[in-house]
Design a protein around this ligand. Structure first.
Ligand code: PMP
Length: 404
């Protein structure tokens, strides 16, 4: 009998894999998954609003209509009728400017893969979507943080950064940002598009929440402003846009897209071939069936529900939060952001909140280069009135204790 020593997997992992870290926050949040905890931590869409009957019916229709082709291999670019519908939403672009992705999360990974060489400078909002940092990290960008205020990225600060940094890619979530719920103002959008065009910075606009506006006015996307800036030439646009059906229809079908200039789309096709050949064709066909009637109806339903939940949450915060606890006022989406006085550490506070049966996500992991120890994210999308009432009262009490 020969004996072999156990394989040292850790040493076997690539440098890239070594950069992937188990999220301490995910570990921490396991605490919050007990059934009696009211959790504002997860970023899940409300499952009771999912159009299940419509999905069931569309599945049957797809099999009848397409037969074996509905479960055959498909093209990497994606189901043409779906790409045509997406292209038709923006005058001047064609299906050749659209790549279907397996969730916009895959779009972020592929964009990182095709754009980032180790050491390239990537500018990200401070704070930003944790999952984007996770997607980009293995490609080893050097992150530069962009300060924000209520109007989004402070473009003058970016202008200063561009004096000394060669920023290659700027990643932003202009609508109802995850995690802050903030929306970039029109003036900032225009200034950002112009400044990045002048400096040759590629802008990645991540917009999964844009359709979920429950108050205020619709604003043009950076992508649309980019098109205007380049005289309507979609292949000259330095803004690459991404959106998803996860928040408007259902997340589990994993249907999303990237739209941009043809050179980047063609490169994404090559990268996606190596990743998963294509997004499940059956799912794309189901989504396509739902575009005409179900999607617009569903957007109204989700907006109304999230708008009411956000109002509820803010009303309770006014009632229960002590002076010194500040929070954003989202016009859409699923999140709001709380800033506590300096010196309060929301990671240390979480176990105390959990003792009072309420949970949130501490703010630090949303910062690419650290910071935000006194901040936290709350999600209202998946919370009902009674939970909001009890949960925010408990959180208010936890914060009051911490401030004493
Ligand atoms: N971008 C942002 C800003 C998100 O909040 C999310 C989901 N939480 C995603 C991308 C990924 O969404 P999906 O892969 O479901 O399209």
């Amino acid at each position: 009998m020969t004996t072999t020593s156990p394989l040292d997997w850790h040493a076997a992992f690539s440098g890239r894999a070594q950069l992937m870290k188990a999220s301490t926050i995910r570990e921490l949040l396991k605490l919050t998954q007990q059934p009696d905890i009211i959790s504002f931590a997860g970023g899940l869409p409300a499952p009771e609003l999912f159009p299940l009957d419509a999905v069931k019916q569309a599945s049957a229709t797809v099999i009848e209509k397409y037969g074996a082709a509905s479960v055959q291999y498909g093209t990497t670019e994606g189901h043409l009728p779906l790409r045509e519908w997406i292209a038709a939403q923006t005058p001047g672009i064609t299906p050749a400017h659209v790549q279907i992705t397996t969730g916009s999360q895959q779009g972020l990974d592929l964009l990182g893969k095709v754009l980032i060489t180790p050491g390239d400078v990537m500018a990200v909002e401070e704070p930003t979507y944790m999952g984007a940092l996770q997607a980009f990290q293995p490609y080893e960008p050097r992150y530069v943080g962009l300060p924000m205020d209520e109007e989004g990225i402070i473009v003058d600060a970016l202008r200063d950064i561009l004096q000394t940094e060669r920023v290659k890619v700027l990643y932003t979530i202009p609508n109802f940002q995850n995690p802050t719920g903030r929306t970039m103002s029109l003036a900032r959008r225009q200034a950002l598009v112009e400044l990045t065009a002048q400096h040759g910075v590629i802008v990645l606009e991540d917009d999964p929440y844009g359709k979920l506006r429950f108050s205020g006015e619709l604003l043009p996307s950076l992508y649309e402003l980019g098109l205007q800036y380049h005289g309507g030439d979609a292949d000259a646009n330095h803004v690459v846009y991404s959106s998803s059906f996860s928040k408007t229809l259902v997340p589990g079908l994993r249907d999303a897209w990237v739209q941009g200039a043809r050179p980047i789309i063609n490169k994404l096709v090559q990268a996606k071939q190596g990743a998963d050949l294509h997004t499940p064709i059956f799912n794309q066909m189901i989504v396509t069936e739902l575009l005409a009637d179900v999607l617009p109806r569903q957007i109204e339903i989700v907006k109304a529900a999230y708008g009411a939940r956000a109002q509820d949450m803010m009303a309770r915060m006014r009632e229960h939060f002590p002076a010194g606890a500040e929070y954003t006022t989202p016009d859409g989406g699923m999140f709001l952001w709380v800033t506590l006085p300096d010196g309060v550490n929301t990671t240390d506070l979480l176990p105390l909140a959990v003792e009072r049966k309420v949970a949130y996500v501490p703010g630090t992991p949303f910062y690419a280069n650290g910071g935000g120890e006194n901040t936290l994210r709350l999600s209202y999308s998946n919370a009902r009135t009674e939970q909001i009432e009890r949960g925010i009262a408990a959180l208010g009490a936890t914060i009051r204790d911490a401030l004493q």
